[in-house]
Design a protein around this ligand. Structure first.
Ligand code: DAH
Length: 345
């Protein structure tokens, strides 16, 4: 019996030596050590042994089992390690490869300029007010002292929805809405950004829809010099410390006196070039002292308070700031154009 056990050991170890797959290994385990395996088969004959032989053979059988098990375990560990290595190799990623960058969006240049203007005025203590784009004749015209025969009230110039309702033609109606909401309190110090609509044919400098920013300050003793100082401060923060302004007398129904404001040409610094038509100046906004009748419509006594107002086109400021020659670039969403503003501050 001892010889049979030794022979089994030799055979098993030889066969295990040649094993080449985990499946085969598991088959051999069954074959030699399983319940119906070769070892069990031999041990079944133990009953016929004498009492002296039994422990000796038992010892040999244990040794044989241990030897076979040891080899099986070692093989199993080797297979497992090989599998792990294979998997690691297959799943290797090269962290030095450059990643795929998704194209990133950016703030539209018009919004960027609008935000910049807003930030400047917020820094000067203004708050932001908003109003509806669909406006009544009263707020858009009447309360702003725009007489019935004013050309802006012509069907040809404004988008009317009914006789009394239209797309606002400017952000000035927010002046009236703001004053009324303040209920006679001062100071009023707001800017009102927003879209406005006009029946213009689109071209390099006109669009049926564009953006304006309105400013309004109302309080005791607000003077024209406050307006001028505010605008100079704004222009220098927007276009640089060297920028200067000049005010030209003008007319708006809602301000008296009214002025148009020019800034020194951003291209030539005032020497004269094609951009400023050799005048050295560029027109950037309209302004004035709030008309007494407009203050009254807003619920204020023009004997007690005064105010100034101004209105500017965001597109125009952006055209000047970036030296763009056609307003339509802002609306056509050509990424070659928009991409130029991605990293610009
Ligand atoms: N509302 C005027 C426009 O659309 C701009 C403007 C001019 C606004 C003078 C004002 C102002 O507040 O005082 O052309």
């Amino acid at each position: 019996m001892k010889e049979r056990l030794e022979a089994l050991r030799t055979e098993a170890l030889q066969e295990l030596e040649r094993v080449d797959s985990p499946q085969r290994l598991s088959d051999l385990r069954v074959k030699y050590l399983g319940k119906k395996g070769a070892l069990t088969e031999i041990l079944r004959g133990m009953g016929a042994l004498s009492a002296e032989e039994r422990p000796v053979i038992g010892q040999v059988a244990n040794d044989v089992r241990a030897a076979i098990e040891q080899v099986i375990e070692a093989k199993q560990a080797a297979f497992q390690q090989a599998e792990t290595e294979n998997r690691l190799r297959a799943e290797t990623i090269d962290v030095t490869l450059p990643g795929k960058r998704p194209p990133s969006g950016a703030v539209h240049p018009l919004n960027k300029v609008a935000q910049e203007i807003e930030d400047i005025f917020i820094g000067l203590g203004y708050t932001i007010a908003e109003g509806p784009e669909v406006e009544t004749d009263f707020y858009n015209f009447e309360a702003l002292n725009l007489p019935k025969d004013h050309p802006a009230r012509d069907m040809q110039d404004s988008f009317y929805i009914t006789d009394e309702i239209l797309m606002r033609t400017h952000t000035s109606p927010v002046q009236i809405r703001t004053m009324r909401a303040m209920d006679g309190k001062t100071p009023v110090k707001v800017i009102c950004p927003g879209k406005v609509y006009r029946r213009d044919d689109d071209d390099a400098t006109h669009s049926f829809q564009f953006n304006q920013i309105e400013g309004l300050v109302v309080g005791p003793n607000i003077r024209m010099s406050d307006l001028k100082g505010t605008l100079l401060q704004f222009v220098q923060l927007m276009f640089g410390r060297q920028a200067q302004i000049r005010l030209r007398p003008s007319f708006f129904p809602f301000t008296e006196p009214s002025a148009e404001v020019d800034v020194t040409c951003v291209q030539c610094g005032g020497h004269g070039c094609r951009m400023c038509k050799h005048t050295g100046w560029l027109e950037i906004l309209g302004c004035g002292m709030v008309h007494p009748r407009v203050l009254e419509y807003g619920g204020y006594d023009p004997e007690k308070v005064s105010g100034f107002a101004f209105g500017m086109g965001v597109e125009r400021i952006a055209l000047l700031k970036y030296g763009i020659d056609d307003i339509r670039h802002f609306y056509t969403n050509d990424l070659r154009f928009l991409g130029q503003f991605v990293r610009m501050s």
